[in-house]
Design a protein around this ligand. Structure first.
Ligand code: ATP
Length: 425
């Protein structure tokens, strides 16, 4: 089979790496891909939000399956356009993708479906939002309704900060139309975990829990990033709690969307906050998280292509999805300055040495091939991922592999998985 993977991050390199292991996969195209995907398949220079060009590529190259990494093409209706052309696509349709594309939609679905989530109000008017903030007082969380590349959420500790956030979003339009509407919700306290399931519209198959590290610097300080590292499983969400978590946070959403005639097919990702009162859903993503995808796919035992077609065909109940009992830990190496501005074009060395280690895979993100070298081309450059018999072993091996990779002006967090280790103790 010929596969097209849409996206260019570490997640897409991991998808490419995993699908290439499937006996039925003959060739893989990536649009636009990165230095890592270029070593497995063929990169095609089409942006991930150029829906007509992606559909044309899939038709021209007679693609058997399109796998969508990021949320934007799904929200823009790539699945709908491909399905119209009879091309199978792994990822939800535009309606279901709104679970991520619109926070107001998502919160309303959660409320209607009876999923535990922070109390919230939706505002279309700046004055009404400000009046609500003054009435309630801080702390409050202010969220731009639409996609804002992970920057549209402000956890405001003062009334002034919350009003400023609303002004930035609704008046100054720093996120464009994504901030025309805002969600204001109660602040929850606790530890976060990610819980992802493959879904076929009705049935779901659970993946092990995982945990991301969003803050740029150690001790969860500094600005928020796309994610600086992840590990799986996350001790905060142990295996014996998966089934009840799915019953609480996944099943009601599938039932709700199916009843609307818009079944959810793809990966449904629940971002959870573990509070004193149990789990509460902070958000849904409609695709694999990056970097959670990398440790999750390192652990996945079942053939990924088989799972993806089972999701599309509504036959997930006919297969078993299993993951190794080992732990996986991924450490992101970023370019100095990220998530702000950062230099590009630095040569990366040591990739082969790190990859040669047993149970280690270096997933590339912001990289590209430059003649015979791999050079940096983005903020998050690599996700060095390792398997180990327990979290301590996986973490140790991941950092040993990190030590073998070099490029100028790099940085990484030294405390990935520390929270998990602390909880295990
Ligand atoms: P991303 O795209 O990076 O996953 P996002 O922009 O879709 O994030 P959310 O995941 O909803 O936004 O929120 C980002 C972060 O803000 C969460 O991971 C969490 O740390 C914090 N957060 C969101 N909602 C709340 C809340 N109600 N209480 C406390 N913290 C919250």
């Amino acid at each position: 089979m010929k596969i097209l993977i849409v996206g260019s991050g570490g997640r897409e390199h991991a998808l490419c790496w995993k699908l290439a292991q499937s006996p039925k996969v003959e060739s893989i195209l990536c649009a636009p891909g990165n230095g890592g995907t270029a070593q497995i398949g063929e990169n095609i220079d089409i942006k991930d939000d150029d829906i007509p060009a992606l559909v044309k590529l899939a038709k021209d190259r007679e693609i058997d399956l399109v796998v969508v990494g990021p949320e934007m093409p799904l929200v823009l209706g790539l699945e709908n356009s491909l399905t119209q052309e009879g091309i199978p696509c792994f990822g939800p349709n535009a309606f279901a993708a709104n679970l991520e594309g619109s926070k107001a939609f998502s919160k309303n679905v959660m409320a209607d479906a009876g999923v535990p989530t922070a109390a919230f109000r939706v505002f279309d008017e700046y004055e009404a939002a400000v009046a609500f903030i003054k009435e309630r007082g801080a702390p409050l969380v202010v969220k731009a309704d639409g996609l804002a590349a992970g920057k549209g959420v402000i956890v405001a500790t003062s009334e002034e900060e919350a009003i400023e956030a609303v002004e930035e979003m609704m008046v100054k339009k720093v996120f464009g139309s994504a901030g025309d509407r805002v969600v204001i919700e109660e602040t929850l306290k606790g530890e976060e975990a990610s819980f992802l399931c493959f879904c076929d519209g009705t049935n779901y198959a659970m993946l092990p829990s995982s945990q991301d590290h969003k803050a740029a610097y150690e001790g969860d300080t500094g600005p928020n990033t796309g994610g600086m590292g992840a590990y799986s499983p996350a001790p905060i969400l142990p295996k014996d709690k998966y089934a009840e978590t799915a019953e609480l946070c996944i099943k009601p959403i599938l039932r709700h969307l199916a009843a609307k005639g818009q079944p959810f097919k793809g990966v449904l990702y629940a971002g959870l906050m573990y509070t004193e009162n149990g789990p509460s859903v902070l958000e849904y993503n409609v695709r694999f998280g990056d970097p959670e995808c990398q440790p999750l796919l390192m652990r996945l035992e079942t053939d990924l292509l088989t799972i993806m077609f089972a999701c599309i065909d509504g036959k997930l109940d006919q297969i078993e999805v299993t993951s190794t009992s080992q732990t996986a830990c991924g450490v992101v190496i970023a370019a100095e300055g990220y998530p702000g501005s950062y230099p590009k074009g630095m040569e990366i060395t040591g990739l082969e040495d790190a990859d040669a280690m047993d149970g280690v895979k270096v997933f590339q993100a912001g990289t590209k091939v430059d003649s015979d070298k791999i050079v940096t081309s983005g903020g998050r450059v690599l996700c060095v991922t390792a398997l180990g018999d327990d979290l301590a072993a996986a973490r140790e091996k991941a950092y040993e592999a990190v030590g073998k990779v070099h490029f100028d002006k790099s940085y990484y967090r030294n405390d990935i998985a520390d929270k998990g280790l602390k909880r295990l103790k």
